[in-house]
Design a protein around this ligand. Structure first.
Ligand code: PMP
Length: 405
């Protein structure tokens, strides 16, 4: 069912990069079908969407709307609940400015965690500054994990928004979104979910989980850069304001400044979109569905358990999230600055990221200002994990000093 060699053959970068690519939380490689969809637009389909009175434009407009249907089906939403954005960052900013700024008041609380990516916390800081709302944080364990008990303990009547990642890009735990939504809804709060690291890796059903908003990026799920998605419950999208106006988003306007906006999702899509990226995202979603998200999750989980066990056997490593279930492994090599270690791993053909991973308030909790993050995807193999582990063994103070000084 899950033919890893066939899958790897779909990704030209696996051949071309000649590294064990383990920075998939940053961005993923693209299968040939996605590359073809993008180039096909420029080679055979170039025209604008929803604007031309000729076949080329009709056809590309239809395919653009088919992409909305494909994405909706992928997360079990309605097409009218899918807004194309430039990425998860724009999606989360859109909720904060479009919904938060309009409906939050002085004294309202946004409940979040210290593990959030900048894109899911900075927009809320800004909205709080403007409307007088405040952010409160759910206490996390020393391993950066949130329990349902801690969440329940942090909920109260003033919480209007719960903003959290379904999977943290540093700690890699999967949050039980269905339970979180049930509890939040009992208090009348809405749940804004950062799905940048969950949608590419785990099966998602927004109707089952009950999540109110979900933002994610195309490029982290085999799609092109420059496109992302905001899912929102349709009634909420209808109430919410766009933060950007322009061509395509309005039905009518007049010389006195009266504007009649279109219904969601179109009122949020002002201007010419990244058409080729949307078509590429459609191909990516179809590709992921052809493999099966359950298969992808299970394969990644198996790979993670394998890598986690091997990493724990090393005596030169501090491993911060041994119990997470996704493919994100966050660690340090004792005595070696994270960036030096990552650069050394690079000399061994391993591509990983070091730093604070845009989650700057988490580092105080795990007491490490910089970490190395290895993030796996379904095209990685056990052999690559072995190569990574061997390279970690060799990442010693002596070896790194020899290379960089
Ligand atoms: N949230 C999380 C958890 C992420 O990992 C990222 C990307 N690193 C983002 C949001 C932002 O995604 P993008 O840069 O594609 O907008």
């Amino acid at each position: 069912m899950f033919d890893i060699n066939k899958i790897r053959a779909d990704f030209p970068m696996i051949q071309n990069a000649k590294v064990a690519y383990m920075d998939n939380a940053a961005t993923t490689f693209k299968p040939q079908c996605v590359i073809d969809a993008v180039t096909n637009y420029y080679t055979h389909q170039t025209s604008n969407v929803h604007r031309g009175d000729y076949d080329l434009s009709y056809q590309v407009s239809k395919e653009y709307e088919d992409a909305r249907v494909a994405v909706a089906e992928f997360i079990h939403a309605e097409p009218k609940e899918i807004i194309f954005t430039s990425g998860a960052s724009m999606s989360l900013n859109l909720v904060a400015y479009g919904y938060g700024r309009k409906f939050l008041k002085k004294g309202d609380v946004i409940l979040s965690t210290e593990a959030e990516h900048a894109s899911n916390i900075l927009p809320w800081f800004k909205v709080c500054e403007e409307v007088g709302a405040v952010i409160e944080y759910i206490p996390l364990s020393n391993e950066g994990e949130m329990t349902i008990e801690a969440f329940k303990g942090a909920m109260h009547d003033k919480v209007k928004i719960v903003a959290m990642a379904e999977v943290s890009n540093v700690m890699g735990y999967i949050q039980p979104m269905k339970e979180i939504c049930q509890i939040a809804h009992e208090y009348g709060a809405l749940v804004v979910c950062d799905g940048a690291q969950s949608v590419p890796h785990v099966p998602i059903d927004v109707k089952d989980s009950g999540v109110d908003f979900l933002g994610f990026s195309g490029h982290k799920m085999c799609g092109p850069t420059g496109v992302g998605v905001l899912y929102g419950r349709f009634d909420l999208l209808q109430q919410m304001d766009p933060f950007m106006l322009g061509g395509g988003s309005n039905a009518r306007f007049d010389i006195c400044g009266n504007i009649l906006l279109k219904d969601a999702p179109y009122k949020f899509e002002a201007g010419t979109p990244a058409i080729e990226a949307v078509l590429g995202l459609k191909a990516a979603v179809e590709y992921l569905r052809s493999i099966g998200m359950k298969n992808i999750y299970e394969y990644e989980h198996e790979l993670r358990v394998y890598a986690s066990k091997k990493l724990q056997e090393l005596d030169n490593i501090t491993f911060y999230n041994p119990n997470a279930s996704t493919g994100i492994l966050t660690f340090n090599v004792n005595g070696v600055f994270a960036q030096d270690a990552a650069s050394f791993l690079n000399t061994k053909g391993i591509a990983v990221r070091s730093g604070n991973h845009c989650a700057k308030i988490l580092i105080e909790l795990i007491e490490a200002s910089e970490t190395i993050r290895c993030s796996l995807y379904f095209y990685n193999t056990k052999e690559e994990v072995d190569q990574f582990i061997e390279a970690c063994k060799e990442t010693t103070v002596e070896n790194c000093v020899g290379i960089f000084f």
